[in-house]
Design a protein around this ligand. Sequence first.
Ligand code: SF4
Length: 211
Amino acid sequence: MQLLAIFHQLYDRHGPQHWWPAETPFEVMVGAMLTQNTAWRNVEIAIANLKAVGRLELESILAMPIEALAQAIRPAGYFNVKAKRLQHLCQFLQQHPELDQLDSDQLRRQLLSIHGIGPETADDILLYAFNRPVFVIDAYTRRLFSRLGLVEADIGYESMREEFERVLDADPRLFNEYHALIVIHAKEICRPRPMCGACPLVQMCSYAVTT
Ligand code: SF4
């Protein structure tokens, strides 16, 4: 199975990634919201700011004046918008304490109903906070797999997610590690200007042989 072979190649090249870098499921959710349209290092600063003022908890974030919350997460960019979205998420979580009882499809629909949560953020939360077998698709996944010739570059989010979930075993540990490996590979090797000479996938890559 090609997707599994690619996983093993990436794992052999990069090793275990130990995702998601967070201490609690709630921190995963906050990070998933903050990482929209910004680099992870900026999210780390914003989360460190929240921790420094003792606010990285649902009730604490809800109790924060929106301006103070925005200032704390300022390094993550779009901080006014993200502060509102974070409080929406916290309100939702407070009003729905039974979320972890839902099946994955129901939980996904609930998450997507929250203002500011799109498919990628919902799937980050499903996989890394709720440990559900949902494959996360992002720009790195699209770039890598379209270069490999396995999907069209403009494939829709849901089509690509469903294809991964159809082919691979529904194992959250596999999906966790696979997504993390895709990210590191796209950041370090299959970059916008790819380093094909250092890539373990070069023999199977249609992009590499045509450039
Ligand atoms: S061979 Fe080059 S283009 Fe293909 S996956 Fe590797 S780095 Fe990306």
